[in-house]
Design a protein around this ligand. Structure first.
Ligand code: CP3
Length: 338
């Protein structure tokens, strides 16, 4: 999950100097620096490369801007065949070369014990941004295209899958130890629609990156499609705080690692309460194998860094206390040994 960002004063400082978020992403030195900031400050067990799921859309020819307080805006949303056919199938090693360079810089500077994660948006989530032109809770334009022009929607999903697959491969070649596929918005779909509209392209992604690196799949509010997600073949499932974690481990732990799932909003509580909630989560998991402790979504910008520190410290104590964990092995972050 997102662990760098505006809640960290050292991030704010780099962002100010760079002039903006996209400028930071596109500068490998700055991207490497902000990737390492949470590792330095908190001693987490994994770093996630500082980038964004929307950069491949930009590389495919879509204008992209981040407006202060408004989040991402794509001023030329894809709503017809003409625009979709003009979408370029980007070549990540050329069009997203700065991501590879940032990965190489981070890997060289990171303790070999700390995992480095690459990531991508899943085709459905990218389609949501591309069709809506930004973040949308109701996804009206996506639904219209799905239901009125399913063939056109499938063409778009396939083009997105092509770029997702090559971008994951490129990140693995550039030093990523594991890969996260963020399907943030697919949880909005009812199960049948998920199967029909989100799963086919996602299945291609998992089929065509099999054996490359451990791959984690995250869906916000995706508790109703956990069985289906496991069937796609990821090595790990990242679940949000709505999911019953012990039950999920009991059901799926033999096939996948399960990452999660403290509610990031809990980090708005005082550090003692964060510690109490984190310990309670670990106690509920009870040392079940295959658990990767993490938040259920990214750190909110309003979070006090002290709360993140309390989470990480409690995790470390919990790991030391748990007999299921060999000495010296920690449970935060997302390292997965297969
Ligand atoms: O810890 C890290 O360094 C991870 C880097 C990372 C970012 N985005 C940086 C970022 C990751 C893994 C992402 C993934 C991402 N981006 C997702 C999937 C995961 C999720 O959170 O569901 C999505 C949906 C996006 C799209 C996106 N990017 C949105 C909706 C926003 C606005 C969010 C906000 O809080 O304003 C972004 C911007 C963004 N991406 C920021 C960061 C640090 C904030 C940028 C800033 O203003 O400085």
């Amino acid at each position: 999950m997102r662990q760098a960002g505006r809640y960290l004063p050292e991030y704010q400082e780099v962002r100010r100097k760079a002039g903006g978020f996209l400028e930071m992403c596109r500068d490998p030195e700055l991207a490497a620096e902000v990737t390492l900031q949470p590792v330095r400050r908190f001693g987490v067990d994994a770093a996630i490369i500082f980038s964004d799921i929307l950069l491949p859309l930009q590389a495919m020819g879509m204008p992209l801007v981040f407006e202060e307080g408004r989040g991402p805006v794509l001023p030329g949303p894809l709503r017809d065949e003409r625009r979709i056919s003009k979408l370029k199938v980007a070549e990540p090693s050329v069009d997203l070369g700065y991501v590879g360079e940032a990965l190489r810089l981070v890997r060289a500077r990171l303790d070999p014990q700390v995992a480095l994660l690459g990531f991508c948006g899943a085709p459905f989530t990218l389609a949501c941004y591309a069709i809506e032109g930004g973040t949308s809770r109701t996804q009206v334009h996506v639904r219209r295209m799905m239901y009125h022009q399913p063939e056109l929607f499938a063409v778009l999903m396939d083009k997105l899958a092509d770029v997702v697959i090559s971008h994951l491969r490129f990140q693995a070649e550039s030093g990523a130890d594991a890969l996260v596929v963020f399907d943030t918005w697919a949880g909005q779909l009812a199960r049948d629609d998920w199967r029909r509209f989100a799963a086919p392209a996602l299945q291609r992604v998992f089929d065509e990156t099999a054996g490359l690196r451990p791959r984690l799949l995250f869906t916000l509010d995706g508790g109703h499609v956990l069985d289906e997600q496991v069937a796609l073949g990821p090595e790990g499932l990242a679940v949000d705080w709505r999911v019953d974690l012990p039950a999920c481990l009991d059901r799926h732990g033999g096939r996948v690692a399960v990452q999660g799932n403290l509610d990031p909003a809990v980090l708005l509580a005082p550090p003692e309460e964060v510690a109490r909630r984190t310990a309670a989560l670990l106690a509920a998991v009870g040392g079940r194998p295959g658990h990767v402790l993490a938040l259920g979504h990214g750190v909110m910008k309003e979070t006090d860094p002290e709360a993140v520190a309390a989470f990480v410290e409690t995790a470390r104590e919990g790991a030391g206390a748990s007999s299921a964990q060999p000495p010296g092995r920690r449970t935060t972050g997302a390292r997965h040994d297969g």
